[in-house]
Design a protein around this ligand. Structure first.
Ligand code: 1CP
Length: 378
């Protein structure tokens, strides 16, 4: 049983935690094996998810705590004993909705905004300030319910999108397939309005992450999935300051309320050039790596300042069991050789989300291989 040092101000009765591997790794401790979870682990590659989806619209599921809880638990039940964390079923795009935008999720098409932000005048259409606890209270309810239903099996991760990544969707009006040209145009043509928008989103992210911890989330992750669209210079100007503000303010907010000091994970996809800066000064406990950097190199860059998460190429899950085993072994050796005695402050994951075409049995193989090859040899 894990000792809880800070009792939450909202006194939810949660079952005692039986597996704190990911919390220890996130705090930089060497663990007996690497904890493992997978971005997008509750989703379309699972037939049991698609079954629920047949009867319910995507955002209806997010807004119905019983359904969100059920889907969050699906991978935990299917891969019983193999996953070391659950992530609450929701989407990064609930923040634009909370800010007053319409977001649709037609099946198989990805997110669509019928009225994206066309220019700076459209900022007036956004709610300001946003009553986050009111707008997104359904996420908190889902978190509290899931935390109870998990019965302490594994910790629960809360999350949000980064200000830049959310801005990209709000302006572009659709998914990554079509690129983010309109959003990029904003940062070059309207830098001041871009920063106004980024600051507004940042304020929502801060309240939202604190609210999720208050509701029972034990770690939180910020997804900067489209950091990859920015040059190093533009990342420093249009993403980094907002990411840093989120870490600083969330930590201060949790402390002020004597809430559980939930470790914070940042996933800055495509921003490996910024790892040294992020480790030194962004305030996150864990940096999530995409698959475009070798673990050894990443550890060399960040030193002992942060824990790492990642980072196998998600497409390896299409390569067959032999390739999965070979590559997981290589990943484990990569993270191990960077700290002589075994995985230290490392959370195993893919380098990006699992994709819909993956065979769930291949995901099983991936998880089993992490258990097998990341064990510390004492
Ligand atoms: O299991 C989990 O991880 C929890 C659920 C989860 C999470 C963490 C979903 C469910 N979405 C997300 C985060 C999210 N959403 C991200 C960050 C992670 C990443 O980079 O993959 C992003 C970029 C989104 C935006 C989004 N929502 C996309 C990507 C579109 C693009 O730009 O290419 C898509 C396809 C969605 C819809 C969505 N979200 C989640 C699911 C299961 C789905 C499929 C929707 C359906 O059922 O039709």
């Amino acid at each position: 049983m894990v000792e809880i040092k800070h009792l939450p101000a909202v006194n939810h009765e949660f079952p005692p935690l039986k597996n704190d591997l990911i919390l220890r790794a996130a705090r930089g401790e060497r663990t007996e094996r690497a904890p493992v979870w997978v971005m997008r682990q509750a989703g379309r590659y699972l037939p049991e998810f698609r079954k629920v989806r047949e009867h319910h619209a995507f955002f209806d599921i997010c807004q119905t705590p019983t359904l969100a809880t059920k889907i969050t638990l699906q991978p935990i039940q299917r891969y019983s004993g193999l996953l070391d964390a659950a992530i609450i079923f929701s989407d990064i795009l609930v923040i634009p909705q909370a800010m007053g935008m319409i977001v649709e999720m037609p099946e198989g098409k990805g997110p669509t905004f019928p009225q994206p932000l066309a220019g700076p005048d459209d900022l007036a259409r956004l709610k300001y300030p946003v009553d986050v606890d009111h707008e997104l209270g359904y996420v908190y309810e889902a978190i509290t319910m899931t935390r109870k239903e998990l019965k302490g099996e594994v910790p629960l991760i809360g999350f949000c999108g980064s200000p830049w990544t959310l801005m990209a969707y709000m302006i572009q009006g659709g998914g990554s397939r079509g690129g983010f040209h309109s959003a990029k145009r904003w940062i070059f043509q309207y830098p001041a309005a871009s920063k106004d928008l980024l600051s507004r989103i940042t304020a929502v992210c801060i309240d939202f992450l604190i609210g999720q911890v208050r509701a029972g989330a034990q770690l939180v992750q910020v997804f900067d999935s489209w950091a990859s669209e920015l040059s190093p210079h533009d990342f420093e100007e249009f993403s980094l300051p907002y990411l840093t503000a989120i870490a600083r303010e969330v930590k201060a907010g949790l402390q002020a309320e004597s809430l559980h000091p939930a470790p914070m994970i940042l996933y800055p996809k495509g921003a490996n050039y910024a790892l040294a800066d992020l480790a030194r000064s962004s305030g996150y406990d864990v940096l999530g790596l995409d698959w475009c950097i070798e673990p050894k190199v990443a550890r060399g860059v960040v030193g002992d300042l942060v824990s790492l998460q990642g980072n196998i190429d998600p497409d390896i899950l299409y390569g067959g069991r032999e390739a999965i085993e070979r590559e997981v072994k290589r990943m484990c050796e990569g993270f191990r050789s960077s700290s002589t005695e075994g995985p230290k402050g490392w959370i195993a994951n893919l380098g990006h989300g699992i994709t819909p075409g993956v065979d769930p049995d291949d995901m099983h193989c991936f998880l089993s291989c992490v258990h097998k090859y990341s064990r510390q040899t004492v």
